[in-house]
Write a protein that binds this ligand. Sequence first.
Ligand SMILES: *Cc1c(COP(=O)(O)O)cnc(C)c1O
Length: 334
Amino acid sequence: MIDLRSDTVTKPTPAMRDAISSAEVGDDVYGDDPNVNALEAEAAELLGKEAAMFVATGTQSNLCAIMAHCGRGDEYIVGHEAHTYKYEAGGAAVLGSIQPQPVELSADGLMDLERVAAAVKVDDPHFARSRLLCLENTHNGRTLPVDYVVAAQELGRDRGLSLHLDGARLWNAAVGSGQTPAEVAAGFDTVSVCLSKALGAPVGSVLVGSADLINDARRWRKMLGGGMRQAGVLAAAGRYCLDHHIDRLADDHANAARLAEGLGSLDGIAVDGPHTNMVFVELGDHDPSTIGAKMADAGIQISAYGPTVRLVCHLDVSAENIESIISALHDAIR
Ligand SMILES: *Cc1c(COP(=O)(O)O)cnc(C)c1O
């Protein structure tokens, strides 16, 4: 099966499994795991921050960060379609007593900064205390424009807000725009990156920031059940991915571009993209479940639940696969 549902579906490569099987380990709760320590040092360096913490998931990473920035009765300002707000089970509110203040987010991942400014509360006992502004890069595969990021950061600083970046796919933003990972991470107090998405690791995310913030986040991670022991078997896979799987994202982006090009000639559908490693297909009058079933028959898994289907290119989708996907979708639409 070719699986286009997400870039989370990748399987560890043989070389990654070698790194896992030969990994030296220790008890990370005692700070004794050499691979976790090395991964944290390498990720901090790569992203231009002082310190890093290995975590189980991006959700845990974002929640630890938000809880390190905000206390009970504080609020964080976030896009209404942002992952931290919409797809993380309300963790900040439920477990942190932190109020989200959503602001409308465009499909490109942008908030109107005047609305952000208007959402910042004055110091008044009626209001939650505005503490944090969260951005997401990439959003729907779209890389945030640098001038938008800088303007949002200036606004946040000006209003006394801390800045967090949900950079689950920061690697795609960097490779797609020609920036270094540290450049995409610049200006944020904390940044969360996934190892288990674009880079193809089986498990894991990393939160980076100042030593003080990461220290606080470590206490929250423990409370959230994230104090892992011989986590070096996972960290070794993450280290392998940081060394070998960042530059190759250019292949995924090229595959997405070829996919978009090959689908563009289809009648009755609209193609939106490529956006880094993603292509969105609007099915028009075609029934999503019929298209999904036909694609499954052709050995291709897609998430066809609504009128728009997201196709995600990744480590386990080759350039030859792209040609089969294009012809299968042509057949399915016909
Ligand atoms: C997937 C994702 C996360 C969460 O990562 P998990 O490891 O699945 O918890 C956070 N933010 C964004 C933008 C994501 O796409």
